[in-house]
Design a protein around this ligand. Structure first.
Ligand SMILES: Cc1ncc(C[n+]2csc(CCOP(=O)(O)OP(=O)(O)O)c2C)c(N)n1
Ligand SMILES: [Mg+2]
Length: 540
């Protein structure tokens, strides 16, 4: 691809935005862009299927804070990528999804493999844009708009269609100017009558509920400062895990994961909830508490899932710092009070353990024990996610990658591969269900080829457990929710990975013992953890 073409221009912007990998699946309509990306030093990673490529882009963006980029061809490629694109939007992760399209002269009437991308992607993206011969001369603003829209609060996916006859059209050679790709630095807007902080200052039992905008704003240090200064316990949302250290004396658990009733009781008993970058897209339970809320976020409270008479809108770290700067008064909670709460939550989230069996919470604890502190963990979707979300102790933001917006199965393995590509020196562990693993297991072929030693722990219960439990509650037999056992170690070996089965806590400890050392090796590892799922019944 010659310099100055549309393909080169798009690749140039992607590279200038700091993106190192494009995750995709080829088709004739995008080979010019694949070549341009290669020439610009952006590695094009081919997933086994497009849906996984989009999850990889999302995982890379979650792990790095940079936009993720995925690529598909027209028609079947673009329809296949849809789920991952929707996932990025509902998980509030900036992703640029690029799809090729038939040449524009035939697009209006030709039918073979032609799908209207604009109509298909509109409901699951922040914007649908296109480059065609009529707009190639405006490629720069279109590409900048795509990047800026994807990353502007709240972030999400933007879809860009490029027709096949556009890639080699001239698009200019000027210096690439990448727009800002993050939240605003520091201003605070206040909505509502009177002093927005009066309620917070008057509160005797406030609780902070921190969410994903706090991660995007790098608000961890300010959360710690305010929590310590004012003595306020901090609950975090699942995708924000790590934004507040989980070994901190004021840490008060993860919303809507194992032991969730205890966390909701805390929120119900509080006299004020400071929602700090909390995004209601993460709610699994309905918002049923009547506790007053102070909304503090990068965007106004347009969801109105909870009522808030005042809104503090701006950079979450900046706004928390502003509150901390003006704070005075006694700590609202003592450290022992929060510790007592955490002990209750610990007991609740382990409830239902069957002694002498390999319980789901044991798997999470054993994996956490074996994993070095800088490990990145991903989860898939199902009962195991709800367990891992509470039991895995996170120490840093962007170290726990999970989908809790769209919550689509099939995320965990691709996200782990992308995480390892993004952070080649950090151990990566995927905690996935056997259903979600079956959807994406063959992606490990890519991990083996790229010599990415990710460790995948499969919660093998022979069941789509999360759904089987719902059937159980209604008295239905488990229809379409049981799966025959697959020999996972054999499957792993066949793809150039190592595979091992563990049926007891001791066997799992042994299987994961070399986790730290393995992360310097090359072969991915699949651990089939044969769990007793009965603990889930007490939980969910
Ligand atoms: C793509 C997709 N299809 C269906 C669902 C609905 N769903 C949510 S959890 C779940 C079961 C997952 O089973 P598994 O991966 O084995 O995890 P487990 O619940 O057993 O831990 C299903 C089917 C979903 N979230 N995503
Ligand atoms: Mg299962």
């Amino acid at each position: 691809m010659a310099p100055g073409t549309t393909a080169a221009r798009l690749a140039g912007y992607v590279r200038a935005a700091g993106v190192r990998h494009i995750f995709g699946y080829p088709g004739e309509s995008v080979i010019d862009f694949i070549e341009a990306a290669r020439q610009h030093g952006v590695e094009v990673v081919a997933a086994v299927r497009e849906a996984s490529a989009a999850f990889m882009a999302e995982g890379a963006a979650m792990a790095t804070g940079l936009p993720g980029v995925c690529l598909s061809t027209l028609g079947p490629g673009s329809t296949a990528v849809l789920n991952g694109v929707a996932s990025a939007t509902l998980d509030r992760v900036p992703v640029l999804a690029v799809s090729g399209q038939i040449e524009s002269s035939r697009e209006q009437f030709f039918t073979h493999q032609v799908v209207d991308h604009g109509r298909m992607f509109a409901p699951v993206t922040k914007a649908v844009l296109r480059l065609d011969p009529g707009s190639a001369a405006s490629a720069d603003p279109v590409i900048r708009k795509a990047l800026r829209t994807a990353t502007a609060e709240r972030p999400g996916a933007v879809h860009l269609t490029v027709t096949a006859d556009t890639w080699d059209l001239p698009a200019g050679n000027d210096e690439v100017v990448v727009p800002p790709l993050g939240p605003a630095a520091g201003t605070v807007d206040v909505y509502g009558e009177g002093d927005p902080l009066r309620g917070l200052r008057a509160a005797r039992r406030p609780v902070i509920l921190a969410g994903i905008a706090a991660v995007r704003c790098g608000a961890g240090p300010e959360l710690v400062r305010l929590a310590e200064l004012a003595g306020i316990p901090v609950v975090v949302s699942p995708m924000a895990k790590g934004v507040f250290p989980e070994d901190h004396p004021y840490f008060a658990g993860v919303l809507d994961m194992a032991g969730y009733r205890v966390v909701w009781d805390l929120l119900a008993g509080a006299d004020l909830i400071l929602a700090a970058g909390f995004d209601p897209v993460e709610l699994i339970s309905p918002w049923s508490v009547t506790t007053p809320v102070l909304h503090l976020d990068t965007v106004p409270n347009t969801d109105q899932v909870y009522a808030s008479a005042h809104e503090v809108v701006g950079n979450v770290a900046g706004a928390l710092g502003w509150i901390a700067d003006g704070w005075s008064g006694e700590p609202r909670w003592t450290v022992p009070e929060v510790a007592a709460f955490r002990a209750r939550l610990h007991a609740a989230s382990r409830a239902g353990r069957a002694e002498g069996r390999l319980n789901p919470s044991d798997v999470v604890e054993i994996a956490r024990e074996a994993a070095p502190p800088d490990t990145i963990v991903t989860t898939d979707v199902g009962s195991h996610k709800l367990m891992a979300g509470q039991v895995w102790q996170a120490s840093a933001p962007r170290s726990v990658l999970m989908t809790n917006g769209l919550s689509a199965m099939g995320f965990g393995v691709p996200a782990a591969i992308a995480a390892r590509l993004s952070w080649p020196d950090r151990p990566v562990v995927a905690l996935v269900g056997d259903g979600g693993f079956a959807m994406t297991a063959t992606e490990l072929r890519i991990a083996a080829e790229l010599r990415l030693p990710v460790v995948v722990v499969v919660f093998a219960d022979g069941s789509l457990n999360r759904i089987e439990l719902r059937q159980q509650v209604r008295g239905y037999p488990p229809t379409a929710t049981r799966m025959g056992g697959t020999d996972l170690p054999a499957l792993a070996e066949a793809m150039g990975c190592d595979g091992v089965r563990a049926e007891t806590p001791a066997a799992l400890e042994k299987a994961l013992a070399g986790l730290a050392a393995r992360s310097a090796g090359a072969r991915p590892l699949v651990v089939e953890a044969r769990i007793d799922p009965s603990q889930y019944e007490a939980q969910f």
